[in-house]
Design a protein around this ligand. Structure first.
Ligand code: RB5
Length: 150
């Protein structure tokens, strides 16, 4: 997969986002940072939108979003067409959401997991391939919900 990542956070996730950027830049990734840039209070839906819009424009294959719990970011991201965002708090989820759900965004909670854990989960996420096969029909069903009027 192309070594490009788009990333954003809110005020609660800033420290984790900075650590993730340093880690992935050292690992040879081009990391596009959509903010925020400090700890002043901001609104996570704005930052989820910046990352999702960049993914929709195919500026990168994968995105990372960090807020306090990861929940708000995942809710906001999953309202975007073509986005399959997964809130991950452990290694198994980070791996399986790539293998089975073809997730294209990992969301993490800076008030839930440590900086080290966030780096470990993001590493697994970007280095795990989607398995395809029997999962294709289910992922297609997820994508069809983008257009469902329910
Ligand atoms: C900010 O205080 C907090 O609500 C936000 O980071 C996030 O946890 C929302 O889901």
């Amino acid at each position: 997969m192309e070594k490009k990542i788009v990333i954003a956070c809110d005020h609660a996730g800033n420290e984790v986002k900075d650590a993730l950027m340093t880690h992935f830049e050292k690992a040879g990734y081009t990391v596009t940072d959509f903010g925020c840039d400090g700890t002043c209070s901001v609104n996570y839906p704005d930052y989820a939108h910046y990352v999702c819009e960049a993914l929709q424009k195919k500026e990168a294959p994968l995105g990372i979003l960090v807020c306090g719990t990861g929940i708000g970011m995942s809710m906001a991201a999953n309202k975007h067409k073509g986005i399959r965002a997964a809130l991950c708090e452990n290694e198994f989820s980070a791996e399986m959401t790539r293998r089975h759900n073809d997730a294209n965004v990992i969301c993490m909670g800076a008030r839930v997991i440590s900086v080290e854990k966030a780096i470990a989960l993001a590493d697994i996420f970007v280095n795990t391939e989607y398995e395809g096969g029997r999962h294709d029909a289910r992922v297609a069903m997820l994508n069809a919900l983008d257009d469902a009027k329910c």
